[in-house]
Design a protein around this ligand. Structure first.
Ligand code: VNL
Ligand code: MN
Length: 341
């Protein structure tokens, strides 16, 4: 079975160097716990540096490719790792996104059956971002887009980001909303016990973004836009019944804008999600039965998650051949414009 892993983190030295500057800046962002840990290891107190994610992020050929071969992983869909360029000023972010996209396109051209990639852009400069999206999906021939949660506290339901959503829809680019730590106004009680990141904060951050977009009517304005999220849907599949019920009540009393379709319809029609970092067969079975097999895609979350157990998880998952085909590569090929074998 062709295994295409669809949320695989990667970086370039120039972005890593700029993140080291962020680590030493006075920013109060909750992302600094991870940024300090990975990019300024001498200053690390949280232990990220000890896990040495940086060498895994910066590497393609030395360790990643041999490990893919060993585990039987055909392809990684690469993404510039969170927080991407979103903590930089708009000019630096715009330039570094373009540089990362160029490098990613080189890797994909060198290994067309082993690597595909999602392009980055600077959301804080929406018009230039829209131009970069056209370049990513045109000239560079990449497979879609990635954004990491909020940008300086703003979420994608804000009309200022419409040029970005418009360009994504027009170019047929699926937009992967990857997590970063919750914004300054959301972070309060999430600062302790390692709740800032993958354990809990990331899901709160992306789930909040998803609900703002659905309830805010983004998909009435951009009905063909496809959003991908990771981590088994960032808790939304399990809660969609209640989200749907309560949004409908809120619309009736004027606490939420009237939308053309229901929250459940937006989630089914405008979203897909990956299994990244949730290797739980009960959660996967529920997600497939609840949202439909066409909406679920396998991913590892390398190097934050090791490859081998993620492969064992999907290969041992009890499902039909048609379901395995969809999970392991069919849906990825459709959603991310990857040529079938
Ligand atoms: C972690 C996990 C970080 C998955 C990630 O991106 C991620 C983590 C920065 O465990 O800190 O995609
Ligand atoms: Mn990830």
């Amino acid at each position: 079975m062709r295994l295409i892993a669809c949320e695989e983190a990667w970086s370039i030295p120039e972005v890593a160097a700029e993140l080291k500057n962020v680590a030493r800046s006075p920013s109060q962002s909750l992302d600094k716990l991870l940024v300090k840990g990975i990019y300024d290891a001498e200053a690390d107190t949280a232990g990220y540096g000890k896990m040495d994610f940086l060498s895994g992020l910066l590497d393609v050929e030395e360790r990643r490719l041999p490990e893919m071969d060993r585990c039987g992983v055909a392809m990684h869909l690469l993404t510039l790792t969170a927080p991407g360029v979103q903590m930089f000023d708009a000019d630096t972010a715009t330039d570094l996104a373009a540089l990362a996209n160029d490098r990613m396109a080189e890797i994909c051209a060198k290994y067309p059956t082993r690597f595909a990639g999602l392009g980055s852009f600077a959301p804080h400069s929406p018009k230039r971002a829209a131009k970069e999206i056209e370049r990513v999906m045109g000239e560079l021939g990449l497979n879609g887009l990635v954004v990491n949660g909020h940008t300086h506290g703003d979420y994608l339901d804000d009309y200022r980001f419409w040029p970005i959503l418009e360009a994504a829809e027009a170019t047929g680019a699926t937009l992967y909303i990857h997590p970063r730590a919750p914004s300054d106004t959301l972070k309060g009680p999430l600062q302790d016990y390692a709740m800032d990141s993958a354990m809990w904060g990331y899901g709160v951050e992306v789930g909040t973004m998803m609900l703002r977009m659905m309830a805010g009517g983004v998909f009435d304005r951009f009905p063909k836009l496809t959003i991908c999220v990771g981590h088994m849907g960032e808790m939304v599949p399990f809660f969609i019944w209640r989200i749907n019920f309560m949004n409908s009540r809120a619309q009736k009393v004027g606490r939420a804008p009237k939308t053309q379709r229901s929250m459940e319809e937006y989630f089914r029609d405008n979203f897909v999600f990956t299994t990244s970092g949730v290797e739980d067969p009960l959660a996967l079975r529920y997600a497939i039965d609840r949202m439909g097999i066409d909406n679920v895609i396998w991913a590892i979350d390398y190097p934050y998650q090791p490859m081998e157990p993620a492969v064992a998880f999907i290969e041992s998952f009890a499902c039909t051949e048609a379901e395995r085909h969809a999970l392991c590569h069919g849906n990825a090929e459709r959603v991310f414009h990857i040529a079938p074998e």
